[in-house]
Design a protein around this ligand. Structure first.
Ligand SMILES: Cc1cc2nc3c(=O)[nH]c(=O)nc-3n(C[C@H](O)[C@H](O)[C@H](O)COP(=O)(O)OP(=O)(O)OC[C@H]3O[C@@H](n4cnc5c(N)ncnc54)[C@H](O)[C@@H]3O)c2cc1C
Length: 470
């Protein structure tokens, strides 16, 4: 009997390896200390939730999800040996950490005459398939996306009824307990972590494609509107398959009644292209989680300002839209995309703090943390990414707030100190006189930096890194 090793594909439906299994398999999840010490309370809580629901799905089909704690290179060969299997299937992962782990597993499986077979389950277009005419990976998203959209999306993969094995065929095989957070030495998350399961993912998708997808284009940049899908935790843990999501968007395209509605669906699809693009970048540059993707002539002279970094983490910078985002992150383990861009630009350009510190904070706090998307988003905002966007792309937090949160609704939701302040006070906060600030919201901090001056300093920092005169 063979095994399917679940890692970030915590579902049965639309699972390429399970759909292709030609003999019944048992599922296994390995709680791996080597990987999980890089995890955080919100992600661990979500993972354990998702495992419970996956185990439930196996049991409903008369099968079982085996759960073991330990190093996969030890656990898997011994299980395969016990089951007399020859193959362990898995969904490919692209981070350096995961790839090194897989190499160790491959080696140790050879000792029991078994092999690891991976499939590109997490993405629509496998890394390496979309290339320039010279055969190189694209570094600019728009060129990549054009080819990505031209390809027909694969259909969801259906799992055959008899693909899952009956555990009773193996005498005395213990399913193994799903550990608790406390047993794994993780504290309870401070955020209210969303339920991560296939049922929750499908419900989210169903609601989103019923209506919101047709207004996505207009609403996706307005954080107070909640116009995005919030599928990211599910896509992160693979509680829903990417082909299932795309099929729902195909079906929405057919229902679109206006050109604007159609465009909206296509804009949503573009976000799925970004996801594949960053998976592709991670595949080619696993070091992108630590290293600038653009080479500069001189090292960038980032500031080491711990007090400013602490204010940013706490949502106490005196820039209302930044603080609202950072507090949403702490409360929900998630942040709206537009606001992620604003807070990342603020950290790297206004405070001139190294993007890697921001990346580590996001990794700790985000339930949807994904190494490719997270490092990709940070490097985009920090102007160190492959798209070689001009280093002078510096967001003005005040005008971003006026455009994307015109009524201050998002700020009021997450920054209670400003709840009763007039909208213009919220927008003008960083440039108000001290007395005016005290009159409207005495408990809310003054700005920790002057944007206009910080902008000039950031430009000088990048000019120096590029070897240009300051
Ligand atoms: C600094 C920074 C850090 C980020 N870190 C992460 C991260 O760790 N994990 C993560 O999944 N996304 C990350 N993103 C991308 C994006 O912010 C989130 O995917 C999005 O906010 C999730 O909300 P949603 O599911 O409602 O998105 P929707 O707008 O509904 O998009 C649907 C899906 O498309 C994908 N997607 C959307 N935008 C992007 C993008 N820019 N890049 C890659 N994929 C995208 C996600 O899987 C998302 O769930 C980051 C962006 C920035 C600027």
């Amino acid at each position: 009997m063979d095994l399917h090793w679940h890692r970030r594909d915590l579902r049965l439906a639309d699972n390429l390896a399970l759909a292709a299994a030609d003999s019944p398999v048992l599922g296994v999840f390995v709680v791996d200390e080597g990987v999980h010490r890089h995890a955080s309370p919100p992600r661990m809580a979500a993972l354990l939730d998702a495992l419970e629901s996956l185990r439930g799905a196996y049991r409903e089909r008369g099968s079982e999800l085996i759960v073991r704690q330990g190093a996969p290179e030890t656990v898997l060969p011994s299980l395969v040996d016990r089951l007399d299997g020859t193959t362990v299937t898995a969904a490919a992962e692209y981070s350096g950490l995961a790839r090194r782990r897989d190499e160790r597993v491959v080696e140790r499986l050879e000792d029991v005459d078994a092999a690891l077979a991976t499939s590109h389950d997490a993405v629509l277009v496998p890394p390496g398939e979309i290339t320039t005419n010279a055969g190189d990976p694209y570094s600019v998203f728009s060129y990549y996306a054009k080819k990505w959209h031209d390809r027909a999306a694969p259909d969801p993969a259906s799992v055959p009824v008899d693909a899952l094995a009956e555990p009773s065929a193996v005498p005395d095989l213990e399913p193994g307990p799903i550990p608790t957070l406390a047993a794994l030495d993780f504290p309870a998350p401070e955020a209210a972590v969303p339920t991560v399961s296939t049922a929750a993912a499908r419900e989210r998708l169903r609601e989103f494609v019923a209506e919101a997808i047709f207004r996505y284009e207009d609403r996706r940049d307005l954080p107070a509107e909640g116009g995005t899908s919030r599928l990211s935790p599910h896509l992160r843990f693979g509680t829903i398959g990417i082909r299932e999501v795309t099929a729902a968007t195909d079906e929405a395209l057919e229902r679109a009644e206006t050109e604007a509605a159609r465009e909206s669906v296509l804009t949503f699809r573009d976000q799925l292209a970004w996801r594949d693009f960053y998976a592709e970048q991670l595949f080619h540059h696993p070091e992108m989680v630590r290293t600038n993707l653009t080479t500069f002539e001189n090292p960038i002279e980032w500031e080491r300002d711990d007090a400013a970094f602490a204010a940013w983490c706490a949502g106490e910078t005196g820039y209302p839209i930044v603080d609202a985002g950072m507090r949403q992150l702490r409360e929900e383990a998630w942040m709206h995309n537009r606001v992620r861009m604003i807070v990342a630009s603020f950290l790297t350009k206004d405070l001139r703090i190294d993007w890697r510190r921001g990346y580590r904070w996001f990794r700790e706090k985000l339930v949807d943390h994904d190494p490719g998307n997270d490092a990709g988003g940070w490097q985009w905002a920090a102007s160190t990414g492959t798209d070689a966007q001009p280093f002078f792309r510096i967001f003005n937090p005040a005008s971003q707030a006026e455009t994307h949160d015109p009524d201050g609704e998002y700020v009021r939701e997450y920054v209670p100190e400003l709840r009763d302040a007039p909208t213009e006070v919220i927008h003008d906060w960083p440039t108000l006189e001290t007395a005016e600030r005290a009159a409207h919201a005495p408990a809310y901090p003054a700005p920790i930096v002057d944007h206009a001056a910080a902008r000039e300093a950031a430009l000088a920092m990048f000019r120096a890194a590029r070897g240009e005169d300051r």
